[in-house]
Design a protein around this ligand. Structure first.
Ligand SMILES: Nc1ncnc2c1ncn2[C@@H]1O[C@H](COP(=O)(O)OP(=O)(O)OP(=O)(O)O)[C@@H](O)[C@H]1O
Ligand SMILES: [Mg+2]
Length: 471
């Protein structure tokens, strides 16, 4: 290891000679300076690990020189030397950033001791800072699997742009992680302590969207009994995530454009503009260039939001992520479901690698959730993976359940009885499928007597023969 470099500044030549000999004997590389100019010249030409500065120099006081040195090397420890009379000055020096002070005449052993301590504490401080930085990055991106080069590039872009306030445009097929990346941008940004507000523009009717976004004054429309703050206001100093922006109605697009350009907007029915400081992140799975051509999306708004584009590749273009995603998602789902499934058989993994993944990571997550629900063991065997021939919903249990809540054709909720019955049927179909139509085994898993199990099959008109496979 190279010797630590020490700069000693004192107008007393004898002291310099002595200090130099003593410190060199202790293994330090020493440079001496008689005054401010010599000291600054030395400091500009070389970096030092520590400086020892006399409080009273002929051309400058030691504290001012210390501050000039700190301007060059902010974390360099400085030890102040002082005569008996000026202990007060030394205390002042400590307040302004000196590591410690020694009163002349001092014991050279004491000086060596203090130097050792100062260098050690600086080393610890830099190490700590590095660790903190590393931990922070790790924490921010800990829940994002990005093994492939494709995704590595995405994460690099995320850390770079997180520090700015530019609008980010995330494009990717459904389930590729658009929302996850939007949150990561917020968490890696200086706004992370402030709110992250998300809104799905496709899920809110046109009549409500404007007041959702910008708020409204009391009496602005029927039912507006009191004024409310919109999401733009709630996201002040934070990040507003406009999901599915491609589905935003044209009438609202105009208002959004104005809000983005002017950084202010009018609540519905309001006369006074509201000013906000919001970082906007948008996401879409639609091809907005195409939408602009078709007239469904305003060209000027497109250019206003298309500042920093991030494209999330479909899962089939980053197959090498799959094993890592499986590992990550398995742990996540097991934790949620309080299960302890350790992994997949090689054959199951092979199946996952060969699949096309139109629903991307979300589909993978659903596939694993289904397998974990169904398995009786602590590994997932391939019979539980991606058997989608019988019902469409088999690959996506979450969506299937959601669909089951509403009657066909939309409208209000189904009755609990209807929903329960449909769930029961879907459950039985999947269960039988995973058991190759072996009723005894299926009944056992379902926790039913065989006879009762057959009754259930009859109730739902399920034929065992359809589930027998030969392999
Ligand atoms: N790289 C990844 N690492 C870990 N988990 C991921 C990754 N990408 C996506 N996921 C997970 O997959 C699921 C879907 O991700 P997300 O909701 O962000 O996708 P999306 O693109 O917004 O989907 P949609 O278009 O359907 O709204 C989430 O549970 C998310 O945590
Ligand atoms: Mg989404």
């Amino acid at each position: 290891m190279a010797a630590s470099k020490i700069l000693v500044v004192d107008d007393d030549k004898n002291l310099l000679e002595l200090a130099k000999a003593r410190l060199a004997a202790s293994g330090y590389a020493v440079t001496v300076a008689l005054d401010r100019d010599e000291a600054l010249e030395a400091a500009n030409g070389d970096s030092f690990d520590l400086a020892i500065v006399d409080l009273r120099l002929t051309d400058e006081d030691g504290i001012t020189l210390m501050e000039k040195l700190h301007a060059l090397y902010p974390s360099m420890p400085v030890i102040i030397l002082t005569g008996h009379a000026s202990v007060e000055g030394a205390v002042d020096a400590m307040k302004r950033g000196a590591y410690t002070y020694l009163t002349k005449p001092f014991d050279p052993r004491e000086l060596v001791l203090q130097i050792g301590r100062a260098l050690e504490s600086r080393k610890l401080a830099t190490e700590n800072q590095m660790l903190k930085g590393m931990l922070k990055e790790k924490y921010d991106f800990a829940n994002i699997v990005a093994k492939s080069d494709n995704m590595q590039r995405v994460l690099e872009a995320v850390s770079r742009i997180a520090k700015t306030d530019s609008t980010v445009y995330i494009h990717g097929e459904s389930g590729t992680g658009k929302e996850l990346i939007a949150k990561a941008i917020h968490l890696a940004s200086p706004r992370k302590e402030r709110p992250f507000i998300a809104i799905n523009c496709a899920a809110i009717p046109e009549t409500l969207l404007e007041s959702e976004l910008f708020g409204h004054e009391k009496g602005a429309f029927t039912g507006a009994v009191r004024s409310t703050r919109g999401l733009f206001s709630q996201a002040n100093e934070g990040t507003l995530f406009l999901d599915e922006i491609g589905d935003m109605p044209l009438s609202i697009q105009v208002k959004l454009l104005r809000a983005l350009e002017e950084r202010q907007f009018y609540p519905v029915g309001g006369e006074k503009p509201v000013q906000v400081d919001v970082r906007v992140v948008v996401a879409t799975k639609k091809d907005l260039v195409e939408e602009v051509k078709k007239g469904g999306f305003r060209e000027d708004l497109f250019y206003r939001i298309h500042v920093i584009p991030i494209v999330l590749p479909p899962l089939k273009e980053r197959l090498e992520d799959i094993p890592y995603l499986v590992d990550h998602l398995l742990k996540k789902i097991c934790q949620q479901m309080k299960r302890d499934v350790k992994g997949l058989t090689p054959k199951s993994m092979e199946k996952l690698m060969q699949h096309d993944w139109p629903g991307n990571v979300r589909e993978l997550e659903n596939t694993l959730e289904y397998a974990i629900t169904m398995t009786q063991r602590d590994v997932i065997t391939d019979d539980l993976v991606l058997q989608t021939k019988i019902t469409m919903s088999a690959a996506q249990p979450t969506d299937a359940i959601q669909a089951q809540l509403l009657p066909a054709g939309g409208g209000s909720f189904k009755t609990l009885k209807e929903a329960r019955s449909e769930f029961e049927k879907a459950y039985l179909v999947r269960l039988l499928h995973s058991c190759n139509g072996k009723a005894t085994r299926a009944a056992e898993i379902a926790g039913k007597y065989r006879a009762d199990f057959y009754d259930l099959l009859k109730k739902h008109d399920i034929k065992l023969a359809e589930f027998k496979r030969f392999n």
